[in-house]
Design a protein around this ligand. Structure first.
Ligand code: PLP
Length: 572
């Protein structure tokens, strides 16, 4: 047999080409596929065999990684075997929250649907880059079609709109601010931001506002927080008008007004149409461009799937407890049609991280405003070359593929089912609270799947106590005392969850806490950082959750409360 021709990749017995994916169909591809099948099985073996298990992967609850130990890492002279590397990767998932687990009721987390999982994993095999047509080729369909579907759902003309996938809901915030500054402060690209343009959003807006005002160089102090209404947590339009009028009178430019759709805890949707009317009434001075109206819809976008649902005929047989809030949320999110731009996260409840898209209604305006000179070494080989106006240069197609697969795989019906499931569960848990007067739900008026609870020592009339703490400054100390009490219960539950504690033969659920669902009524401007409402947060949305899991969560909360009461009694 002839010796194969040297490729120049050999280095005695060390053949570097064996480290890289073969470009042709050969045995090494097949071996890789088999090893990956084994690796997926390996990582799946960290999952428990039944739902009665800890809501984290593997067996070891300890957090073994510390910065101290990790910073001693150095590059070894020789690499490890492929199997060793794979096994090491798999072992790092030990103890990680198992997001779709029925006892994971913690926060707004990425449950991965199979379509999105497959899409994002497969995309990595060939690294399409949605920099421009030449490097993305036909894979750019995922970004283009997902954006078209979302524009259509929003009631926009999909032929005139556009969308760019980016690094998260915070990336979408960054995009809106850049778009707003380019529009409102002409010449700012060349000369920088030299004017204190304002960004208006509600007190309940996501803290991503801090990242983008800081990183754009506009400055955090240029944020103006608009009050929210105490009963709905939505933007107080009267206060917004006051602020807009003041800016108008003093010729201070407003870069953008951000409506949150919906807020993380309260599922509150700001009134976009009313904001649009105010912006028409109080435009920026002639030397500035028009204020941008942005909707942070990263969580709330999915209610658009109810847009064409026949609520009267109710073909999916949803109960009344689902129909009413779903219809309200759907009506609220449809005001997105009045926005100039909105952001969507697919990784809040549907897909793996990161899968977010920044949507804009007028693509010719956006793309011209943000267009920069091109690089000499990129040629246009097709009509879709977003690198001219994107924040990133190289962009993985992984996020858009995951989104596209989610939309195609679930369809409107599947998205509605996921949302209805959360509402149904929240309603069920509310009913299960009825026998317990020492517990009260503090967000009964909300239409989302988040359940916020305050629990007090036994024999307390929780509803009455909470009302006093919320409204009456004379109860400020009690409010703070009970906030600490609730935090202790939350810490206890966390400890039980991580310790794999079983209560009545069932593992402890993974829950969270919010330390600022809203300020007390006498502290509406939140100037007193302590006079705010803490609550245990239960988010029962896993598509695998059972009613027994939800009853169990309530039981665990009560037992944790009892233990905290006992501990406090001992301390006294
Ligand atoms: C999660 C969230 C964000 C931030 O999104 P990331 O994807 O985490 O960057 C922004 N706004 C709202 C309302 C959110 O819930």
């Amino acid at each position: 047999m002839n010796k194969p021709e040297a490729t120049g990749a050999e280095d005695s017995d060390f053949n570097i080409k064996n480290f890289f994916a073969s470009p042709v169909r050969d045995d090494s591809n097949d071996r890789f596929a088999l090893l990956m099948t084994e690796a997926i099985k390996g990582i799946n073996s960290l999952k428990p065999i039944s739902g009665n298990s800890s809501a984290f992967l593997g067996e070891n609850p300890e957090l073994t990684v510390t910065r101290d130990k990790a910073q001693k890492a150095v590059l070894k002279p020789e690499g490890e075997s492929f199997t060793d590397v794979l096994n090491h990767i798999i072992s790092t998932f030990e103890g990680l929250p198992n997001w779709g687990h029925p006892l994971n009721m913690s926060n707004i987390c990425p449950q991965e649907n199979y379509g999105a999982l497959a899409a994002s994993m497969l995309t990595q095999l060939f690294s399409p880059n949605i920099l421009e047509a030449e490097y993305a080729w036909n894979t750019s369909i995922a970004e283009l079609e997902s954006s078209a579907m979302l524009a259509d759902l929003a009631g926009w003309d999909a032929g005139k709109a556009g969308g760019i996938f980016t690094y998260g809901g915070s990336g979408c915030w960054m995009y809106q601010l850049k778009y707003a500054l380019s529009r409102v402060l002409p010449g700012s690209r060349e000369r920088g931001i030299r004017t204190d343009a304002k960004v208006l959003c509600s007190e309940q807006a996501h803290y991503a506002m801090l990242n983008s005002t800081d990183w754009t160089g506009l400055g955090i102090d240029n944020l103006i927080k608009i009050k929210t209404l105490p009963d709905t947590n939505t933007m107080d339009i009267a206060h917004l008008e006051q602020v807009l009028k003041d800016c108008f009178d003093r010729k201070i430019p407003v870069a953008s007004v951000v409506c949150t759709m919906a807020s993380t805890d309260a599922c509150a949707f700001d009134p976009v149409q009313a904001v649009r009317k105010l912006l028409d009434r109080y435009p920026n001075d002639d030397q500035y461009g028009k204020t941008l109206l942005y909707c942070d819809a990263v969580i709330g976008w999915s209610w658009l799937a109810f847009k064409d649902y026949d609520f009267a005929a109710n073909p999916q047989n949803f109960p009344e407890s689902v129909l009413e809030p779903a219809q309200k949320n759907c009506r609220a999110i449809q005001e997105i049609q009045y926005a100039d731009a909105f952001g969507v996260d697919f990784h809040k409840n549907f897909s793996p991280l990161v899968s977010s898209v920044f949507m804009y209604r007028d693509r010719s305006e956006f793309e011209i405003l943000l267009k920069r000179e091109s690089s000499a070494y990129l040629q246009e080989r097709g009509d879709y070359n977003p690198h001219h106006y994107t924040l990133e240069v190289s962009r993985s197609a992984g996020g858009s593929m995951a989104a596209w697969a989610t939309l195609k795989f679930l369809g409107a019906r599947g998205i509605r089912s996921v949302l209805a499931h959360g509402l149904r569960n929240k309603h069920y848990m509310l009913q299960q609270l009825e026998p317990y007067p020492d517990m009260t739900c503090v967000n009964r008026a909300d239409h989302g799947a988040v359940l916020l609870l305050r629990i007090y020592p036994e024999d307390t009339d929780a509803a009455l106590q909470y009302t006093q703490e919320l409204h009456d400054e004379a109860f400020r100390n009690r409010l703070i005392e009970h906030n600490t009490f609730i935090e202790k219960i939350s810490d206890r539950l966390w400890k039980w969850f991580r310790e794999k504690r079983q209560i009545d033969g069932k593992f402890t659920p993974y829950l969270s806490i919010t330390k600022g669902f809203r300020p007390a009524m006498y502290n509406l401007n939140a100037s007193d950082p302590e006079a705010v409402i803490y609550a245990l947060k239960v988010y029962p949305v896993s598509t695998y959750i059972t009613r027994a899991d939800m009853r169990h969560a309530i039981r665990c909360i009560r037992l944790a409360r009892n233990e905290v009461v006992e501990d406090l009694a001992i301390q006294v």
